[in-house]
Ligand binder design. Structure first.
Ligand code: NAI
Ligand code: MG
Length: 357
């Protein structure tokens, strides 16, 4: 029965644990409907509870364990009342992203038909693009230091690292993706002010661009591009950006979608040397955790991205259609989208939709 995939399931904290079962339910339905592949799910209950018990978010050999999997399906992390966020993040999700060289952070931004986004005059036809964020270096490479700490002479240095390898591979990924989409690409830059890093970024962009004459490509300064997200989102197809720029742009894009409970993200190692990680963009949402009203759609959508990356595009499309149909019908939605349904009810309805296709 076709390919077999081993998936490491990390529900994590808070609503991560609540939305994960719905992600798995819909993945299983995609598997059942296509009957062309099989998945094994192995659960790892790592996260803040483990930290409170053992002092570790995950075991010392976690990466060794995870490396054996085809893919990682991740819920959310964070218990801000008891553990500082930089600990939960830096001891759990970030070591996975870095250790597995997941250099592409892919965030599809699409306003689902039936929903109102945050822009008054823009509908689903106007908001359908992808932000590709460089995920391993640039402004977040962690190079720097502080001297004369807490004195009047104190100095803080945070250095941007842009390597040719790192810049080339993210831009090339963007062009390849644009080829499969509407063949438009925007490279986010700031070469007027950052005369070293971003002039270099632009040079690499020009080189890669020359290999893809069929792509309508342009570069745009990050400030103007941020404004364009709001004023002309219909002109966007694939947006490629450095770590910091991409971080900001992808949240701005996410805001256009209407609810944080919808936005998925993929952390990819495209060469498949290491497993990739698929997760909702949102965190553990302590304000609603335990109430079973979290929207499971971001988790389910992340599952669709995972199926697509594994090569199961038929199942990926079925799961996505299940989301689209459920949202368009608008009968069973969680409170963040104006409905009254529970997390489980939304997952069940999406799963039933998939079964009926
Ligand atoms: P958050 O994303 O957890 O929540 C922000 C707001 O959006 C809250 O009002 C929440 O109720 C709402 N929300 C989020 N997901 C939702 C969903 N599926 N359905 C309905 N409403 C939803 O961000 P916040 O509150 O800033 O952080 C909480 C914790 O999560 C912190 O510890 C933070 O470090 C962590 N975090 C973890 C991330 C991850 O696991 N990748 C990403 C972002 C934050
Ligand atoms: Mg962010």
């Amino acid at each position: 029965m076709g390919n077999h995939y081993r998936i490491a399931v990390l529900p994590g904290d808070g609503i991560g644990k609540e939305v994960m079962p719905e992600g798995l339910r819909t993945l299983r339905m995609g598997e059942k409907k296509t009957a062309s592949f099989h998945m094994t799910f192995d659960f790892y209950p790592w996260g803040s509870d483990t930290f409170l018990d053992t002092g570790r978010m995950m075991p010392e050999d976690a990466l060794k364990i995870l490396k054996e999997y085809d893919s990682i399906y991740f819920g959310a992390v964070g218990l801000p009342e008891k553990i500082p966020d930089h600990i939960t993040l830096w001891k759990f999700i970030l070591p996975i992203r870095q250790g597995f060289d997941q250099y592409i952070n892919l965030r599809p931004i699409r306003l689902l038909p039936g929903l109102r986004g945050s822009l008054r005059d823009k509908g689903p036809a106007d908001i359908d693009f992808v932000v590709i964020r460089e995920n391993t270096e640039g402004e977040y490479s962690g190079a720097g230091g502080r001297v004369h700490i807490h004195s009047d002479q104190e100095v803080a240095v945070q250095t941007n690292i842009f390597t040719r390898t790192g810049t080339e591979r993210v831009l090339r990924y963007g062009f390849e993706l644009a080829r499969k989409r509407r063949k438009k690409l925007i490279s986010a830059t700031k070469s007027n002010a950052c005369q070293f890093s971003m002039v270099f970024w632009d040079e690499v962009y020009d080189q890669i661009k020359s290999v893809y004459p069929e792509i309508l490509a342009e570069k745009c300064h990050i400030d103007a591009l941020a404004a364009r997200f709001v004023t002309h989102p219909e002109t966007l197809d694939v947006v490629v950006a450095s770590n910091l720029f991409g971080d900001i742009l992808s949240d701005l894009g996410g805001a256009l979608q209407g609810s944080l409970g919808l936005a998925p993200s993929a952390n990819l190692n495209p060469e498949k040397k290491f497993p990739s990680l698929f997760e909702p963009v949102h965190g553990s949402a302590p304000d609603i955790a335990g109430k079973m009203i979290a929207n499971p759609i971001a988790m389910i959508w992340a599952g669709s991205l995972m199926l697509d990356f594994l090569g199961e595009s038929e199942a990926a499309t079925l799961v996505m259609r299940g989301i689209d149909t459920t949202v368009l019908q608008g009968k069973v939605l969680t409170p963040d989208l104006g409905g009254k349904a529970s997390t489980t009810q939304v997952g069940q309805v999406i799963s039933e939709q998939i079964e009926q296709f």
